[in-house]
Design a binder for this molecule. Structure first.
Ligand code: NAG
Ligand code: NAG
Length: 326
């Protein structure tokens, strides 16, 4: 008897804690969007203008979950697995057009935005996802409110393109010959400017993290590590949409790293500032509170119809962001 009474009490207490948690932590809604040759898995959370995150080499939605929760009072935040990664399954019957995979990725992002919003969206792409985002800016400016390019490894923009292209090809060849760990070592030298970050890169790609990890890493090495960084942009077309473009680098990223220098080059070419956001290359994941605050402030500073989005303070978590009066 006593035992069951105690158990009931415990159960009720657990429900109460759960209800309190439910009231404070917004929960994300999963969904699928069918696109030609694939089904895209996405999650949305919050209310407001659409803010879409585009993942980089990791490809998967999961790295955005913390920052999405933080920003969910300001935006309808959406993030997704790019096609072929994690839960965004490729069609079992239709072939993929790997010669134009970047354009397919751009088309997927376009379709997702149209599916989720009738209004232009804010899009933040990071790393390889920033290359997708920059091409989205060229192809579909009408659906964009602001396009944030966060540390794109766009080698073709840099003066040392020839050396970097050879190194990039070496990473790919190493992957084919010796597998992912050896290729990651080469990759880290190329991208981090030092080997200090190698441990982080390795642990981020550990197949033990999730059943999707091994497949994601292979897809990225096989299909993206050459064509994405070596993609040639139509800079005339990009420049004509530069009013929508926000360049953003990590405060802690080594300025000599190639993914940092690309935004600097674009900034000089187009007469744009490069905003500095918290953390390094993956600041949005490792320092979501600080990154969210920097991002909202940088978007607010543009005054591009963003006022409604900065009315709400970021209430979830430790930092509270007050509306900036202009
Ligand atoms: C909390 O949210 C979860 C998931 O939405 C739901 O299953 C559960 O019933 C909720 N619990 C309470 C006590 O509201
Ligand atoms: C680049 O874009 C400009 C402006 O949209 C267009 O006129 C030009 O034909 C494009 N160049 C190429 C090589 O596609």
């Amino acid at each position: 008897m006593h035992f069951f009474a105690a158990l009931t009490l415990l159960f009720e207490a657990a429900l109460l804690v759960q209800a309190q948690l439910n009231a404070t932590i917004p929960s994300s809604k999963p969904g699928y969007l069918d696109v030609p040759g694939a089904s895209l898995y996405y999650e949305t959370v919050g209310k407001g203008p659409l803010l879409l995150f585009i993942s980089g080499g990791n490809g998967a939605a999961d790295i955005w979950r913390s920052i999405a929760m933080i920003l969910s009072l300001n935006y309808k935040v959406a993030y997704y697995d790019r096609r072929g990664f994690s839960r965004s399954y490729l069609s079992v019957t239709e072939p993929q057009d790997y010669d134009h995979r970047l354009y397919t990725d751009v088309d997927d992002a376009y379709r997702l935005i149209k599916h989720l919003s009738n209004e232009p969206a804010i899009v933040l792409g990071t790393s390889s996802g920033a290359i997708v985002a920059l091409e989205l800016l060229i192809q579909h400016p009408a659906i964009l409110r602001t396009l944030v390019s966060h540390e794109p490894p766009a080698i073709t923009l840099l003066p040392d393109i020839e050396v970097l292209t050879v190194m990039q090809q070496e990473v790919y060849t190493t992957y084919r010959k010796f597998g992912i760990p050896a290729a990651m070592l080469k990759f880290a030298t190329l991208y981090e400017g030092n080997l200090g970050a190698v441990a982080g890169l390795f642990s981020g790609m550990d197949p033990k993290i999730s059943p999707f990890m091994a497949g994601n890493s292979m897809l990225w090495f096989e299909r993206e590590i050459l064509p994405y960084p070596l993609h040639e942009f139509n800079l005339t077309a990009m420049e004509s949409n530069k009013d929508l473009l926000m360049l953003a680098n990590g405060k802690e990223t080594d300025p000599s790293a190639l993914q940092y220098r690309t935004n600097v080059v674009l900034g000089q070419k187009f007469g744009l500032n490069v905003e500095l956001l918290a953390g390094g290359h993956t600041g949005y994941n490792l320092e979501p509170q600080a990154f969210a605050k920097d991002l909202v402030l940088a978007l607010g500073k543009r005054g591009s119809g963003m006022e409604e989005a900065i009315v709400g303070p970021i209430r979830y978590g430790a930092t509270s962001l007050k509306k900036k009066r202009r």
